[in-house]
Design a protein around this ligand. Structure first.
Ligand code: F0G
Length: 463
């Protein structure tokens, strides 16, 4: 028996009090629905999906205490009780004085970049998420991805593949200086790069480096608790520390953060932007009032403020994090045992399939990620998302040829507290089945696309 009376079986640390039916469908039906959706999983109806791994964002199951908070929500326009609960919780966990509530992460991004980025300036990040990149570009800036070198080897087990490449960051800062670089950021965990964590050491070093050049350092903190858990597991000297203290150290290194409460606040909507700078906060609040709402609710209802505040406390529970990150690692290990090519090690919120190795006969121009995502849906009703040439590449207007992204991945993101181990066993079985018939799976071509963020609405045809 393992130490402290713990067994090996990973159990969900909750009981289920409310259930939502999901329905089994036939392969023939799914084939028709996928065709009608132009082979784009974003265009399927959710009712046509059996296990929805499109995103971990806004899809969490809320706890009884969050639902109790929903009932307590104070819907006063200004100065609601729920606002103070929210603000004080965010201050306590992050240490940031100025908290600006928004309806979701991208609203925080838009406000941050439109107040800090001047046209022509650069934002450096380990990897910008799709909306983050689009928001930097909408403000007239250039989004520069600087993941560490270890991240490009999809099979390496390097423990902190979410690290920022400090050498290339210094070179950027030396070349462009304070005037040319608006912000240095680290996304924890690095979602577009495989849900991989950044180390505390790397976050602190990036902060010092940015500050050496007088540039502010920010966190995209969507999955801060999962990142802090990885630090506790993997970073020398951190094993005996509380996850909450490690998370506090991450925030302490930063001048501010953007946050989507749809991830590590276990809520279905919400977010915030935070800073230590009172002048910046006041400019941000002016913009907030214009497009989101009054500064004591921003883009959220009072009930949402309560759900997020409670979720922020629950997400730092170490039994929860052990189960959460462990359940993703479980799928990863079992799928690898069937030789399904995956990005290693397992991410915190998702398993990432390496579509180029899954379909070696499909070149990147024929969108292997879209092909794998379609096949998983057709075979098992599982919905994932391509993170590759469709999401981050582009079509050259002159030649009509695709410019590739560095990788073609398919992300299977696991909603928090939603699916059980038997759902995950089913996912592994489908993965193994689809991989075994991979030679029958062909590529696709665009029939419709619209920039920016073409992946949300694109339609394809099978080649
Ligand atoms: N930053 C990161 C790292 C994200 O993963 C997301 C959203 C955002 C910012 C934007 O937050 O959706 O609340 O506006 N990611 C979701 C996903 C959509 O599926 O990974 P949002």
């Amino acid at each position: 028996m393992p130490k402290e009376g713990r067994f090996h079986t990973l159990i969900e640390p909750f009981r289920i009090k409310v259930v939502e039916p999901i329905r089994l469908t036939t392969r023939a039906k799914r084939r028709g629905w996928l065709e009608a959706a132009g082979y784009n999983p974003f265009l399927l109806h959710a009712d046509q999906v059996l296990i929805d791994l499109l995103t971990d964002s806004g899809t969490s199951a809320m706890s009884q205490d969050q639902w109790a908070g929903v009932m307590r929500g104070d819907e006063s326009y200004a100065g609601a009780r729920s606002w103070f609960t929210f603000r004080d919780t965010v201050r306590e966990i992050t240490g940031f004085e100025h908290v600006i509530p928004v309806h979701q992460g991208r609203a925080a991004e838009r406000i941050l970049f439109s107040t800090t980025v001047k046209p022509g300036q650069r934002v450096l990040n380990n990897t910008h998420f799709d909306t983050t990149r689009a928001s930097v570009e909408a403000a007239g800036g250039t989004a520069v991805d600087l993941p560490c070198a270890e991240a490009s080897d999809l099979e390496s087990e390097y423990p902190f593949k979410g690290n920022l490449d400090l050498g290339r960051t210094r070179a950027e800062l030396e070349t462009h200086g304070r005037d040319g670089i608006a912000l240095v950021m680290i996304t924890v965990t690095n979602n577009s790069g495989g849900g991989q964590p950044a180390s505390l050491e790397n976050v602190r070093a990036a902060s010092e480096l940015a500050h050496e050049f007088g540039v502010p350092f920010y966190l995209d903190a969507c999955r801060f608790a999962e990142n802090a858990w990885f630090i506790k597991q993997r970073e020398p000297g951190q094993q005996d520390r509380a996850v909450e203290a490690i998370a506090g150290d991450l925030f302490e290194a930063a001048d501010g953060c953007t946050f989507s409460a749809k991830k590590d606040a276990l809520a279905n909507i919400g977010g915030f932007l935070a800073t230590r700078d009172p002048d910046l906060a006041s400019r941000e609040r002016n913009l907030l009032i214009l497009t989101e709402g009054f500064p004591t609710y921003g883009g959220m209802a009072g009930r949402d403020l309560e759900a997020v505040a409670q979720g922020l406390r629950e997400v730092l529970d170490e039994d929860y994090l052990d189960y959460r990150v462990g359940s993703v690692a479980y799928v990863h290990a079992r799928a690898r045992a069937h030789d399904v090519p995956l990005l290693c090690p397992a991410g915190g919120h998702a398993v990432y399939i390496d579509a180029r190795r899954f379909l070696p006969h499909v070149p990147f121009e024929e969108l292997p990620g879209i092909a794998v995502a379609g096949a998983l849906y057709e075979d098992g009703g599982i919905r994932g998302v391509e993170i590759g040439t469709c999401m981050f590449g582009s079509t050259d207007p002159e030649t009509g040829r695709e410019k590739p992204h560095v990788q073609d991945l398919v992300r299977l993101a696991v909603p928090r507290r939603v699916y059980t181990q038997s759902h995950m066993d089913f996912v592994v079985e489908v993965l193994a089945h689809t991989h075994a018939r991979r030679e029958d799976i062909g590529g696709l071509a665009f029939v419709h696309q619209q920039a920016p963020l073409r992946h949300f609405t694109a339609r394809f045809r099978r080649l």
